[in-house]
Structure formats: C-alpha cells, structure tokens
Design a protein around this ligand. Sequence first.
Ligand SMILES: Cc1cc2nc3c(=O)[nH]c(=O)nc-3n(C[C@H](O)[C@H](O)[C@H](O)COP(=O)(O)OP(=O)(O)OC[C@H]3O[C@@H](n4cnc5c(N)ncnc54)[C@H](O)[C@@H]3O)c2cc1C
Length: 410
Amino acid sequence: MVSTPLRPSSPLSSSLHVAIVGAGPAGSSAATFLAQQGARVTLLERGRFPRDKICGDGCTPRALWMLERLGLGTLPGGTEAAPVDSIHAISPGGVVLDVTIPPRLFGGKACVIPRQVLDERLVQRAVQAGAELREGVRVEGLERDANGVVLHCRDGESLRADLVLGCDGSPSVVRRALGAPDFPEHEGAFAVRAYYEGVRLSRPRSMAFYWEKELLPAYGWIFPLPGGRANVGLGLRADQLAASGAKLPELMERFCASSHVAAELAGARRVGKVKGHHLPFGSFAQHTTFDRALLLGDAAGFVNPLTGEGIEFALESGAFAAEAVAEAVAAGDLSARGLQGYARRWQTRFRTAFLLNRKLMFAFERPRLLDRTFRAADRNARVRDELADIISGEASRITWRFLAAVALGR
Ligand SMILES: Cc1cc2nc3c(=O)[nH]c(=O)nc-3n(C[C@H](O)[C@H](O)[C@H](O)COP(=O)(O)OP(=O)(O)OC[C@H]3O[C@@H](n4cnc5c(N)ncnc54)[C@H](O)[C@@H]3O)c2cc1C
C-alpha cells in the first residue's frame, strides 16, 4: 500500500498525546494522519472490529480519493467492494435518469463497500501508522483544564491527554460534554437500511435512487454489492418523520413493494434486520472547535443534507484536524483560538455545499420540480453534468443555465 503523508507543516512530537473517541471513518482518518506526523495517538472505540455500522455503504468519488490518500489503494475493499460509475434515478412522476459520473470528479469512480469491511481496513491503517487502538472502551464524559483533558470511561478508567477529538458519531458523548447544542429535529434525518442477497440488478454499476410518489418526502436507494448482494434503504428528515407518525420499517416495506424497487428485487431475499440511525446535517455545523478539543464527522454534523452522505466529510475532517493540530502545536496554543485553522479549513471546503444542498433538499421535496429537473437533465448534457456534481456533493452553486433549463423543461 502506498500512502501519501500530509504536508508536514510542523511535524508533531510523540510528547503530544491526542485521544480520539470513536474509530469510524473520522477517527481512523485523523488517527492515521496525526500518527504519520509523529503524534502519540490513542484511538478509543466502544465496539470491537470487525463491527457493523448502519449505512448505505456508498463511497463518493471524493471519499475514494480520500481513501487513496490514506493509503488504502484505488479500490479499497478489493473483491468485497462494488465499483460504480453512474447514477440511476427515478423521479416521483416516473422520469428515469441515467448519469455517468464525469471523469473530472476524481476520475469518475465511486464504489459501495460494506462498512464492516471499510471501517476495519481504515482502523488497521491507523494502527499501521502508529496509533494505539483500544477496543471495547466506552467514553462517558470528559473534563478539560489548562493542562489537558481527562476522559472518563464506563469501566471506571480515566485517561489523560493533551487534546481530544470527538469522532463518536451521532449522538456524540464528546459533543454533549463540550456543551455544544443538540441538533434541532429539522437539521437531521433518520434512515434505515437492510442487506439483500440473490439480487439481479438491471444496472449493477449504478447507485440507484428512487423518489416514489406515495412515499414522499422519503426517498430510497439500492446500492450494488458484489456476489448478487445489495444495500437497500430509505430516509427522511427527522421532523417530517415525527409529523407523519409513520414508522421507518413500515415505510421500508412499502418502498420495497413499490413497482420499480420490487422489479429490481424480484427473487431476492433480505438478510438480517432492517436497521436505522440518525444523520445530523452539515447546515447546522457551527460548534466544532473548543479549547483542547475538536469535533469531526457526524459528531460535528458533517452530512450532506440532500444525499445523506457523510463518509467523505468524516475522512476529510480527519485530514483537516491533523493539519490544524500541527499548526496549533507550532504556535504553542491548543486553545479554541489556536485550533481555528480546523474551522477555517472545513468551512472553506464544506460549508457552501452544505447550505446549497439544504436548499436543494427543500426543492427536491416538490415532486413536479424533481420531474422537471430530471427531464431537463435527460435532454441536456450540461444540466446532467451539473446534477452529477450536486448528487456527488461537489456543487457549491447552481448556474442560471441550470435554473433556466429546469424552468423551461429542456
Ligand atoms: C442509514 C444510513 C445510510 C447512510 N448511507 C451513507 C452512504 O451511502 N454514504 C455515505 O457517505 N454516508 C452515509 N451515511 C452517513 C455515514 O454513515 C456517516 O456520515 C459516517 O459513518 C460518519 O462517520 P464518523 O466516523 O463521523 O461516525 P461513525 O461512523 O458513526 O463512527 C463513530 C464511531 O464512534 C464509536 N463510538 C460512539 N460512541 C462512543 C463512545 N462513547 N466511546 C467510544 N466509542 C464510541 C462508534 O462505535 C463508531 O465506531 C448513512 C447513514 C445512515 C444512518
């Protein structure tokens, strides 16, 4: 495996001890980059690998690029990953759209990797880089003072470090202990997923998205996996779920029985349970930088409000955190002020896209607008290209050309 080390603006010394809570994509990414820079890193994880994580398992082109930067190769997951090069989507009015991911988006390659596989590879990479992994350790609280951070674990152990990174997903114990506000209901979603086997997909190299009219505002997906398997799921905003009084597993049953999805899953069997989890939206991400502490990934709320994708942001926030820690150490200032480089980096890279995707999330709840957008994209290569950017989480603005084409339906 070839790894690309960070730009070592200021290599860290092993006298800097960073405790990272949570070994998902955010925690393992930060651990790898920090250990590569020479810091002493302790990665605390309540689970034991290989462990499952409820997810659609879809890796965007940028997520793949980050995985390559981390040294996991060009198709991490090997034979357990399904390469993807296009998006298939069906609007509420039945407009079918097939979009090839443009090569300019990190080579136009995406993939689907079960998180049980991906997260284990990522954590192995962190250990290989020099991080100490401690599994089966659940952090329950923390205190900070002028000299450092003390983490309290469920088994009664306390651990001292110079700095803590909260990478413990949503909901986050570290987030709460740092006093950051909880995510409002309308700034998050709930989603469920299940695995199917014996699947014969009509487009095995596409991530497929479905906006079924009778299930709006929920939308669902079928993502291919090797060996005739697929990840099938559905999600909607938390406030809409609460208002509807619906239960996600029931919506999932209806989704799987809807005509397009039932045709794709004909003859397939569900393996295991339908499982759900919360997703916090990046449009609410504000509180990420504290004295001797940073929040990364889902703990910070780095999820695309339109697509629910968060792996790429979790991985990239790990790189940003490592760069910012190096700067703060060089300046001898581990306060929130000294660590501001972290907020500066993620805001420059993610914030505009999060805010744009939040607006689009509301727009995509209008069935007619979605039909018109898909129709325009089907007819117009430039609109299709722009839509690929949006769905891949790479767009930071909408052009007038796009809006005009949607308004005119061409
Ligand atoms: C149904 C569903 C489908 C999704 N589909 C996609 C998709 O297809 N593509 C995509 O990019 N994103 C998807 N997401 C979002 C994606 O799963 C998250 O954004 C991503 O996992 C965030 O990574 P993370 O490292 O921040 O947190 P997590 O992956 O949640 O990792 C957090 C880690 O912290 C550990 N932990 C938690 N609390 C403690 C504690 N107190 N002490 C110690 N350890 C702790 C957990 O065990 C876990 O290992 C989906 C989410 C859901 C719910």
